[in-house]
Design a protein around this ligand. Structure first.
Ligand code: HEC
Length: 145
């Protein structure tokens, strides 16, 4: 276990693409506080271009918290288009059970593509510190703070 962790750190350190990638919210040196204010900033900069009013999952500031916490995606009632395979978007305290986190971290979520999508419709991965923010916010109870 320990040797695996060391290998992982070394592998990260040698990443030539993003030695200290800075997202605007955080970097691998400076973590973002795991607040919903920062989550909303993450949505504003990476998601709202698509997830706005009128689409399935509206992540606009006035509605995003209520649409996520303890909720299934809006289309869950139709098994043919169920985007989360019956799971909940945010399960307070449990990132791995939260489809929002799975959708951001898994290359092949149970339905559709990894998020976010880029301009050409191809998935890209958020910065590690941004994924950490999502993880820590959910693990901390998914508070509206
Ligand atoms: C370029 C447009 C685009 C961007 C940017 C984008 N999404 Fe999506 N998102 C989609 C589309 C289209 C779907 C439905 C198809 C799929 O799941 O692949 C989707 C589906 C989802 C779902 C599954 C639930 C549902 O209602 O379908 C979640 C959760 C999600 N996105 C979260 C995010 C988050 C969080 C971000 C930002 C970090 C983001 N998305 C950025 C277009 C986008």
């Amino acid at each position: 276990m320990r040797s695996f962790a060391v290998f992982f750190l070394v592998a990260c350190h040698q990443d030539p693409v993003a030695p200290d990638a800075f997202s605007g919210l955080c970097s691998d040196q400076v973590a973002a506080a795991p607040t919903y204010t920062n989550m909303q900033e993450l949505f504003r900069t990476n998601c709202i271009v698509c997830h706005a009013s009128g689409v399935e999952l509206d992540l606009a500031p006035t509605v995003s918290y209520a649409n996520l916490v303890g909720r299934k995606p809006p289309n869950y009632a139709n098994p043919m288009t169920d985007e989360a395979c019956g799971t909940t978007l945010v399960v307070p305290g449990d990132p791995d059970a939260s489809y929002l986190y799975r959708k951001l971290t898994l290359a092949a979520p149970c339905a559709g593509s990894q998020m976010p999508l880029g301009e050409l419709g191809a998935s890209y991965m958020l910065q590690p510190c941004e994924l950490q923010l999502v993880h820590d916010w959910i693990a901390g109870g998914a508070l509206d703070n």
